[in-house]
Design a protein around this ligand. Sequence first.
Ligand code: X8Z
Ligand code: ZN
Length: 606
Amino acid sequence: MKLIARLLSSVLLVFVIAACSTESTDEPTTAAPAETAQEFVARANREARELWIENSAANWTYVTYINEDTALMNALASERYSAWHSRMVAESLQYDDQELDAETRRAIDLLRLGNTLPAPNDPDKRKELTRLQTEMEGMYGAGEYCRSENDCRTLPELEDIIAGSRDYDELLDAWQGWRSISPPMRDKYARYVELANEGAAELGHDNLGAMWRSGYDMTPAQFRQESQRLWEQVEPLYEELHCHVRAKLGEVYGEDKVPQDGPIPAHLLGNMWAQQWGFIYDLLEPYPGVSDLDVDSTLKTKDYSPQEMVRSAENFYVSLGMPRLPDTFWERSMFSKPADRDVVCHASAWTMDTEDDLRIKMCIKQTYEELRVIYHELGHNYYQWAYKTQPVLFQDGAHDGFHEAIGDTITLSMTPEYLAEVGLVASAEQSQQAIINRQMQQALDKIAFLPFGKLIDEWRWAVFAGEVTPENYNQAWWDMRTKYQGIAPAVARSEADFDPGAKYHVPANVSYTRYFLAHVMQFQFQRALCDAAGHEGDLHACSIYGSKEAGERLQAMLEAGASAPWPDTLEKLTGTREMDASAIIDYFAPLMAYLQEQNEGRSCGW
Ligand code: X8Z
Ligand code: ZN
């Protein structure tokens, strides 16, 4: 997660803003403001930077060392930021009637909007909200499932079981076990929704979901439509994948366990949340033995250390012409799970000082999936580094989907040729069968993710809008999981459970549509970068590894940060002003043909 999101998310305050930007009028002003709008923005940038540094230090300390004391320091820093932000938003209102240059107006708009967790303008409520949020994130980080007093498992351990076991009951135990951490969050979450909605309403938004949706240079209603449009473009591809995976799982676990006309049991897909299915590739490999895609075994055989895995990701960015990461990155990052304390293992990338103090926080394991997560995180770090010369208010992605898409775009260049070149697989095969094998591996990651990426906020938008209430939190969650993903829990769930809380971004208050957008846009980015690199032929065969031309185009986009509306930034890279799923459809054309053939005669859907 980006620090700015975290920082700005921790708090926005209290004053009612009628609108995010208003038209200027001809009415004379009676008193000259103490500061010009430009001076105000310059001060906001200066002060925001100071608070950013304080908040990131407190937050970093908390999530890498969870205890009561660090929780307190974290919540206090959030409150301080919140109070400042509230004041600044109120002060900014005096410029609403002025005609401002575009840059100043945008800075003010971003100042008001750039907060994912607005608090009400009441010190007690502000304190309550920052503490609730801090607490829920800590409960997630410290969560563990104990079968007995001396037999406890952390999330990374439970994830290993879900990824590697093929024993139906053992899988179910790990799946249910992790979900034992979240019922205690339920009441806190309900209160957090009330308070955050109150904060959003004071800023002129219908609710917090509507406020989140207004961060895309369009209205919340338009954004909802946009994400729906993109989902409809990719849905047919997901349905083919689902159908084939269900059939294969039926063969492995029996059709009594995996009925061929209904949703797939949620614990059989290799991932704790069934969001990416790469760990069951061995059950699905289209042409067994045809290509060597087993990066996991190379990482284990060569015993890659976490540092070496991070180096390997850094090398890719360097090959594009980007600099090596600073020494402090290597000294201060957290690459492994400490043995002696609770941490939030969920991966994140940080800029601590808006300049060169970049870090990642991960509990790295020796798997290909983790290697790709490292590439993902370094995408955030290189973005942060590239836009460090922008004013702080523009130090962000063009929108949050851009931020999430950078590192993922780079992973699309991890072709068999690239993997062979850097020694992560023994050899690269070019045959059609090898292509299908690799596409299956990628689809289990990228296509399987799409409905999940869409539904998390679909649920939260409904919660924030009051359409889903605490009485039906869990039921609504599973309704959406079934509707979009075609999966279902294998054991009865009830409102005594709080399954959304067992997914990091819910207790951590990180919006999620960003990942859905990123999964579509990374293919658009890749198409543009491959053009720049002079690639000819199929998109799926392109790697921009080593291309300085692609690197320059990418860097230009990164340096712009949030300084312009995202369609302008997108147009510079891709020539289009629209998010569009045609590139992902083109990319997976070979696999789509394979899946359709496999699914012939099967009855798909759930
Ligand atoms: O949260 C992340 C990143 C950090 S921004 C590791 N991702 C989502 C998730 O894990 O749920 C990346 C893909 C989706
Ligand atoms: Zn990310």
